[in-house]
Write a protein that binds this ligand. Structure first.
Ligand SMILES: *[C@@H]1O[C@H](CO)[C@@H](O)[C@H](O)[C@H]1NC(C)=O
Ligand SMILES: *[C@@H]1O[C@H](CO)[C@@H](O)[C@H](O)[C@H]1NC(C)=O
Ligand SMILES: *[C@@H]1O[C@H](CO)[C@@H](O)[C@H](O)[C@H]1NC(C)=O
Ligand SMILES: *[C@@H]1O[C@H](CO)[C@@H](O)[C@H](O)[C@H]1NC(C)=O
Ligand SMILES: *[C@@H]1O[C@H](CO)[C@@H](O)[C@H](O)[C@H]1NC(C)=O
Ligand SMILES: *[C@@H]1O[C@H](CO)[C@@H](O)[C@H](O)[C@H]1NC(C)=O
Ligand SMILES: *[C@@H]1O[C@H](CO)[C@@H](O)[C@H](O)[C@H]1NC(C)=O
Ligand SMILES: *[C@@H]1O[C@H](CO)[C@@H](O)[C@H](O)[C@H]1NC(C)=O
Ligand SMILES: *[C@@H]1O[C@H](CO)[C@@H](O)[C@H](O)[C@H]1NC(C)=O
Ligand SMILES: *[C@@H]1O[C@H](CO)[C@@H](O)[C@H](O)[C@H]1NC(C)=O
Ligand SMILES: *[C@@H]1O[C@H](CO)[C@@H](O)[C@H](O)[C@H]1NC(C)=O
Ligand SMILES: *[C@@H]1O[C@H](CO)[C@@H](O)[C@H](O)[C@H]1NC(C)=O
Length: 459
């Protein structure tokens, strides 16, 4: 009796596989499923935060006392949001919600889940957001910062999300729509908003319309063993698919994950403090980035106490990066402009990074968005950069700036202090090692770096 529903499901999925010639994320996920009954209670993974410890210990999470299985239409198109809310509401305050293995859940309603309390969401199945771009543009949650919107917002206290399942943003319709209009608002796949104490682990995130994770107003949260991937199948590339963006958040850990994307692998936006990032494999990104900061006049942006350890960076524009807008308005593109904000970037460490086919191994700029360095220097940034150490960065850059392999340019002599580079061994394709563009920095702290060019060729 128990295996009967599974037989029906696998027949159905085999038929779907024959009908559709493309290897979808759902099929990929189904192929990886163990051949057993679909309804079972998973156990919460024990997450070791290692080798470095978080800035403050994370609170322990008590075990849960009841199970709620989420029902599904399982037809691939009917909205299962009401079933999801029903299970979550029944199991909030101490329970364990299970999205069953081998089951597809469709979400066509923006879910405001900021009230969660002592709950586990065990996502063993496959969740996909609908492709209704009109609905999502009108209903996705607006997150104030940079026009960010999210499909759902998950917050509250003591929440663990895990299960080995997949969350799919149905990004293709968005990549194609964005190509015709850059002003459309594409939702972020996973919104962690106002979460205090929790973990997000063992999940596959696929085809996000925009960033994969936006973490705002949150504290004491660990992300571990997350797999991120999703490429456009048309000629319209998937843009701004950052792995994580943190904002107004403190004591966040991001570790042991594989990120295949097309923008920042991890980015620390305004007011990110006490952040640990370790053991990531990033492919195709814009690096691990502080910023961009200082984008808005009158705002004070602080990024302080960040430790980034053991990153493998492949096919990227940057490895370790700090990007700050200059003191006067500048424009990078129609939908990305700014400059003139204040604040500080302080106590930032990048330790151990291997790079391969990366344009700049290290890039520190206070002239973000301003290609004309005369103009950048005329209106220096009022957002200071201090106490930065980048060490043990090794590997090979791409041909893009050959023979230059790094860029450290501040906008005035006083806007930056104590920027230290040590143990850097980065080689350009033509075999030149550690040749950097430098400007307005204390070159005596850049150990082993050859500052051959000064103040030339920002991007
Ligand atoms: C959107 O999804 C529906 C239901 O799954 C499907 O019938 C339709 O073809 C999709 N539209 C696009 C533009 O992909
Ligand atoms: C989301 O729910 C919270 C309560 O949990 C409420 O305060 C907030 O206004 C809701 N936000 C939206 C956009 O509905
Ligand atoms: C964070 O909290 C502040 C203050 O309560 C609120 O104004 C803001 O909308 C919240 N969300 C984000 C993304 O900042
Ligand atoms: C937000 O969207 C508005 C309207 O589309 C646009 O004018 C503005 O430049 C956007 N702001 C940012 C920071 O992208
Ligand atoms: C990472 O998550 C996947 C499922 O997404 C799971 O199969 C794997 O065992 C997890 N790895 C660790 C080390 O927990
Ligand atoms: C994609 O671009 C290539 C090269 O420009 C072109 O040959 C091809 O027809 C395009 N495909 C689509 C689907 O537009
Ligand atoms: C560095 O990260 C990789 C995964 O990207 C992992 O396999 C390796 O064990 C980590 N090394 C240390 C010293 O933690
Ligand atoms: C990077 O991603 C590309 C697909 O865009 C893939 O072919 C390649 O194997 C990946 N490389 C690494 C090192 O992950
Ligand atoms: C960031 O923190 C500074 C200092 O506390 C504060 O002035 C600023 O308003 C905060 N910015 C945001 C976006 O919360
Ligand atoms: C700066 O960061 C280091 C870790 O890189 C930490 O040990 C130290 O306490 C931090 N300094 C301050 C003043 O918080
Ligand atoms: C940079 O700006 C200055 C001052 O406006 C101008 O004189 C100069 O021509 C500009 N340089 C370039 C390369 O556009
Ligand atoms: C740099 O770090 C030192 C030692 O922790 C601290 O005293 C100093 O205030 C920091 N610099 C800035 C500009 O914050």
């Amino acid at each position: 009796m128990l295996f009967k529903p599974f037989v029906v499901f696998s027949l159905l999925s085999a038929l779907t596989a024959i009908a559709s010639p493309t290897w979808s994320a759902l099929e990929e996920y189904e192929a990886s499923l163990p051949r057993k009954t679909s309804k079972h209670q998973g156990t919460r993974p024990k997450i070791q935060i290692s080798p470095h410890k978080p800035w403050s210990p994370l609170p322990t999470s008590p075990s849960r006392n009841r199970n709620c299985y989420v029902k599904s239409h399982n037809d691939g198109e009917s909205d299962d949001s009401a079933y999801i809310l029903d299970a979550i509401n029944k199991c909030n305050n101490g329970g364990h919600v299970i999205f069953s293995q081998g089951t597809k859940y469709v979400i066509g309603t923006a879910l405001n889940l900021t009230y969660l309390n002592h709950i586990d969401l065990d996502i063993q199945g496959y969740i996909q957001f609908t492709n209704d771009t009109d609905y999502w543009q009108a209903h996705a949650f607006s997150q104030v910062f940079q026009n960010v919107t999210t499909f759902f917002q998950l917050g509250g206290n003591d929440v663990n999300v895990y299960g080995g399942g997949t969350i799919d943003g149905n990004g293709q319709v968005w990549y194609d729509l964005y190509a015709s209009n850059i002003y459309i608002l594409r939702p972020v796949l996973f919104g962690t908003i106002g979460l205090h104490s929790g973990s997000i682990s063992n999940l596959n995130l696929r085809y996000s319309p925009q960033y994969y994770n936006f973490v705002a107003n949150s504290s004491n949260v660990v992300f571990s063993n997350i797999s991120i991937s999703g490429y456009s199948k048309s000629n319209n590339t998937a843009k701004n698919t950052d792995g994580w963006d943190t904002y107004r958040s403190s004591n966040i850990v991001i570790q042991n994950s594989v990120i295949n994307n097309g923008d920042d692998c991890v980015s620390f936006k305004p007011n990110s403090t006490d952040i640990l990032v370790q053991n990531l494999h990033c492919n195709g990104s814009h690096g691990i980035s502080v910023g961009s900061l200082g984008q808005y006049v009158g705002e004070v942006d602080i990024v302080e106490n960040v430790y980034v350890y053991n990153i493998s960076m492949f096919n990227a524009s940057d490895g370790a990066r700090i990007k700050v807008w200059p003191g006067s308005p500048s424009e990078l593109s129609g939908d990305l402009q700014g400059g003139g904000g204040s604040g500080r970037v302080n106590n930032i460490t990048y330790d151990t990074m291997s790079i391969s086919n990366v344009d700049y191994a290290i890039e520190i700029t206070q002239c973000y968005g301003q290609k004309n360095l005369t103009l950048c220097n005329a209106f220096p940034s009022s957002l200071t950069i201090s106490n930065v150490t980048m060490s043990n960065v090794h590997g090979t850059t791409s041909a893009k700036f050959d023979p230059i392999t790094g860029y450290v340019v501040c906008s005035s002599e006083t806007a930056c202090s104590d920027i230290k580079l040590e143990g850097i061994a980065v080689v350009s394709p033509s075999g030149v090692e550690n040749e950097f563009t430098c400007g307005d920095v204390d070159e005596s702290l850049l150990q082993g770096i050859d500052c051959t060019t000064t103040n030339k060729g920002s991007n």
